[in-house]
Design a protein around this ligand. Structure first.
Ligand SMILES: [Zn+2]
Length: 304
């Protein structure tokens, strides 16, 4: 089934883009539900893209499990599922163009000594290296210090000065893996994404994405960055913090709780309803401005 998204008459195209480094946990479900409901409440399409850029960190079987969980939770996506692992040639061609246009350069610096000496801001040491060195090298995008800002749908205005706050950032790693930043920007454009709803942990990546969009003459989508779900220690739920995968046998409970976490005030009577009914209620009553403005929500307050 090929959906020609570029000629779609629907003006809203959203997406959920999990990476298969682990199974879906409650934090990823909240992101999936929010992006799904925002798309459906705007009569839009909701796409799923698997961000499988880092095979060594991936959990075997995770892609199939993630898709099965989305199906069990009745989070039906539109069109084909995209896989970033199938788009390496497209990313590489753009990186080569950046280098030949002298907008990106090879960098042979090692991460640890760099951080020890300069912190997390790359000071431009390898600028001007446009010929691939014999030793292993990453590719960094040349930055400048013009402010890059945007209005987040939930967090308000956010801006950065890339060069002084971050420096030239990596678009291809020394181990030859493509960086998230270039892949996500190219894929959002290729899929015609108009609205991005994702976790607050990506807020400070967004100016890098806007910068790439400007360099590539892409449109900038609307962004909404959601509060993160955190555990008792205040850590974001993730594989690294041993977040439990959401089970496939209680979708109604977890969907209802997602709506609750998102401040949508679902009625108690909806608790035992089938997943499609909970999502239908959520679509009909979706109000972005009810999402809590705080940066994190403790899972302990959610009765999971
Ligand atoms: Zn360097």
């Amino acid at each position: 089934m090929a959906t020609n998204l570029s000629t779609s008459t629907k003006p809203y195209i959203g997406r959920f883009a999990p990476s298969p480094t682990g199974l879906l946990h409650f934090g990823s479900l909240v992101t999936a539900v929010a992006s799904y409901l925002d798309a459906k409440a705007n009569q839009g399409l909701w796409l799923v893209r698997i961000e499988d850029l880092d095979p060594p960190r991936e959990t075997p079987g995770a892609i199939a499990e993630i898709l099965k969980t989305l199906e069990t939770y009745q989070l039906q996506w539109d069109g084909e599922v995209w896989h970033q692992s199938q788009r390496h040639d497209i990313y590489q061609a753009q990186i080569d163009r950046f280098i030949s246009d002298q907008k990106a350069f090879y960098c042979t610096c090692s991460r640890k000594p760099l951080i020890r000496k300069y912190g997390h801001r790359y000071p431009g040491i390898c600028r001007g290296t446009y010929t691939k060195p014999a030793e292993p090298s990453s590719v960094r995008l040349l930055t400048n210090d013009s402010p890059i800002g945007f209005e987040d749908g939930l967090q308000g205005h956010f801006e950065q000065h890339l060069e002084s706050e971050l420096g030239d950032f990596i678009i291809k790693r020394k181990d030859n893996l493509y960086a998230y930043h270039i892949a996500v920007v190219m894929d959002d454009e290729a899929q015609g994404i108009t609205d991005i709803v994702r976790g607050l942990d990506l807020l400070d990546s967004t100016p890098r994405h806007l910068y790439l969009q400007q360099l590539l003459n892409y449109r900038t989508p609307n962004y909404v960055h959601l509060p993160l779900i955190t555990n008792q220690l205040g850590q974001k739920l993730s594989k690294q913090t041993f977040a439990a995968p959401i089970p496939n046998d209680q979708p109604s409970h977890y969907l209802w709780t997602s709506l609750y976490a998102l401040g949508q005030q679902p009625p108690a009577e909806l608790k035992g309803a089938p997943p499609e009914e909970i999502l239908f209620w959520g679509t009909e009553h979706w109000q972005l401005n009810k999402i809590p403005k705080q940066s994190s929500i403790h899972e302990a307050n959610l009765n999971l």
